[in-house]
Design a protein around this ligand. Structure first.
Ligand code: DGL
Length: 283
């Protein structure tokens, strides 16, 4: 009996490349909770054939009112999990986690492509005729060096008013039950904006698009709201495009949470317009 002929090196390399690109079609997406669903929705619209795995770290939220060390440690934990599940592109659908943890996870996983989300200071500065904008975000995002750098680089000639929205993401995270608190906080945070002469408000937290209509109602007409979900999704699609042809035609969207699965399922239904099973995980 002859032993099997070893594969020629070129064939082995081609197979390895194909396997690598096939496994890299999974996109991992995470946030401290439901906020990143807006990015997930944009991704699914732009790349319907790519399998998506979303993790809401709701059992350890909010991120934005907490110590940066907590955000870094939790982001590492969630990214390790997504990579274990096969993700080779990870979208950090959270401004706070991007601000404090993107450098750390990039160093920890050099083979993974990361897409972060940052407050849309650049498009806001480009769009503002009055050269005056406000940035609603978590206290932690606004306190970060990455945010300060964003303003220095992209809005040097603009008045940029930071609006730290303590507690707002946590109230949004509670769904229907948190709406009275959302209204109370929005009254508080939006009232001072009227006298600032701004024409553009950046939604610098992925939770805030869920209450965009409530914010717009308080700001009145003539003030534009900007969020970056579509731009972030486009960047992830660009990274993934070369391997997208390997993706499953009937791609799945999977949701996992470290918090309450029913809540995530309800928010997914209202945000994505479809019922998806949610798995509770402990990581
Ligand atoms: N959605 C997150 C962000 O974009 C933060 C929410 C939180 O505070 O946990 O910053």
């Amino acid at each position: 009996m002859t032993s099997p002929t070893p594969l020629p090196a070129t064939l082995r390399a081609a197979r390895a490349a194909r396997n690598a690109s096939a496994s890299s079609s999974l996109i991992g997406v995470f946030d401290s909770g439901v906020g990143g669903l807006s990015v997930l929705r944009a991704l699914h619209r732009q790349l319907p054939q790519a399998p998506l795995l979303y993790v809401a770290d709701a059992g350890h939220a909010p991120y934005g009112d907490r110590d940066p060390a907590h955000v870094q440690q939790r982001s590492e934990r969630v990214v390790d999990h997504l990579v274990d599940q096969g993700a080779r592109v990870v979208v950090i659908a959270c401004n706070t986690a991007t601000a404090w943890a993107v450098d750390g996870v990039r160093t920890r996983h050099p083979g993974v492509a990361f897409v972060g989300v940052e407050p849309g200071v650049k498009p806001a500065a480009l769009a503002s005729a009055r050269r005056s904008i406000a940035v609603m975000a978590t206290p932690s995002t606004l306190a970060s060096e990455r945010y300060a750098d964003l303003v220095r680089r992209h809005a040097p000639d603009c008045q940029v008013h930071p609006v730290p929205c303590n507690g707002l993401a946590a109230a949004i995270e509670r769904g229907e039950a948190g709406l009275a608190e959302v209204d109370r906080l929005l009254d508080l945070y939006c009232a001072p904006l009227a006298s600032l002469g701004i024409d553009t408000v950046v939604l610098g937290c992925t939770h805030y698009p869920f209450v965009a209509e409530r914010i717009a109602a308080r700001l009145g007409p003539g003030i534009r709201l900007l969020d970056t979900a579509d731009a972030v999704a486009r960047r992830a699609v660009d990274l993934l495009a070369p391997s997208a042809e390997h993706a499953d035609a009937a791609a799945t969207v999977e949701l996992q949470t470290t918090g309450d699965p029913d809540l995530l399922a309800r928010m997914a239904l209202s945000g994505l317009g479809r019922t998806l099973p949610v798995q509770r995980i402990q990581i």
